[in-house]
Design a binder for this molecule. Structure first.
Ligand code: ZN
Length: 321
């Protein structure tokens, strides 16, 4: 459990194997980017800084538009992770994966806090050719923590805990977080189903998303289903309200979340604006991305089904604790 009482989701509990782990983590990154959630505690950022991990003088070399292959985290979550991270806690740790095996570890871990995530896009991986991954471009560096050992990490963590702002997710955010942090009823990671729902509400328009191999199941779906639904949502926003009653918990949660936002997080807003430029309806008109929609009659039976599904999720989660 992390300091905010949520299970650490950056570590996948039951990864079937290395390759699948990579796919799961890309799908989770897409979900985190869509809902603007922290990669450690899964709570929203609100107006807190978004922190990324760098080594030695890497940050200075990253230029005007620093991009990272990990989703950002809260300050207190970054400092918590730093204490349990082998780079910091064990002085002789080495980089473990096959490509980097044997290299000397970095001397300094620099945590960098940015005001905002500028954009999220797909890009070919430097480590694995042909396997596109999601990149997070960060903007407006506001602070750093330079950590050279476990004591630094602990002191900074304790200071951050004292200043920590409480984050209370609203009901729609809570539903998204609950699903993300709970295995599916079949005992599988919820990342893939949540990523599909994220496509529907606008992640389909993330630049170069189709180059990310983990998104293949969505990119190559029959009739380009995920993209077409996303395009429909842009074009016919009142259709979204009906989907709030979808029997699939991830889709219902995604649409309810979207529908109840006063403003959509900047990254998703940008994806949807990009989408609106690309998509045309049958008359050749561009859709206008809307964040609020008309109210339509509710399907009470579907609401009951969804509530049952959510209750089952909560039960599964309690069992896991
Ligand atoms: Zn966090």
């Amino acid at each position: 459990m992390d300091p905010r009482g949520y299970p650490i989701i950056a570590v996948i509990p039951q990864g079937p194997g290395e390759e699948d782990y990579g796919a799961l983590s890309e799908q989770r990154k897409l979900v985190l980017a869509t809902y603007d959630l922290c990669a450690v505690c899964a709570l929203p950022f609100r107006d807190e800084l978004r922190w990324q991990v760098t080594f030695d003088d890497q940050l200075q070399q990253m230029g005007e538009k620093p991009t990272f292959n990990e989703a950002p985290v809260h300050e207190v979550c970054a400092l918590y992770a730093a204490q349990v991270c082998p780079f910091v806690s064990s002085p002789h740790a080495r980089l473990g994966d096959s490509q980097r095996k044997g290299q000397r570890r970095a001397e300094t871990l620099t945590l960098a806090g940015f005001t905002r995530t500028a954009t999220v896009f797909g890009q070919d991986s430097e480590l694995q050719v042909g396997k596109g991954i999601l990149m997070f471009e960060m903007a407006e560096l506001r602070g750093t923590h330079r950590l050279t050992g476990a004591d630094d990490a602990r002191d900074a963590y304790e200071a951050a805990l004292r200043d920590e702002a409480r984050i209370d997710p609203d009901d729609a955010e809570r539903r998204v977080i609950d699903i993300l942090c709970t295995p599916t009823p079949e005992g599988e990671d919820s990342g893939p189903v949540m990523a599909g729902a994220a496509w529907f509400i606008g992640a389909a328009f993330c630049p170069q998303i189709r180059q990310v191999q983990a998104m293949k199941r969505f990119a190559e779906a029959k009739d380009d289903l995920y993209f077409q639904i996303a395009a429909n949502f842009l074009d016919k926003p009142d259709m979204m309200a009906e989907w709030e009653d979808a029997s699939d918990a991830s889709t219902a949660a995604a649409v309810s979340w979207f529908h109840t936002r006063e403003s959509v997080p900047a990254v998703l807003r940008q994806w949807r604006a990009d989408g609106a430029r690309r998509v045309r309806d049958v008359r050749g008109r561009r859709p206008r991305p809307a964040s609020a929609t008309a109210v339509v009659p509710r399907d009470e039976a579907a609401i009951r089904r969804r509530r049952d599904a959510e209750a089952a999720l909560r039960k599964a989660r309690r069992r896991k604790r």
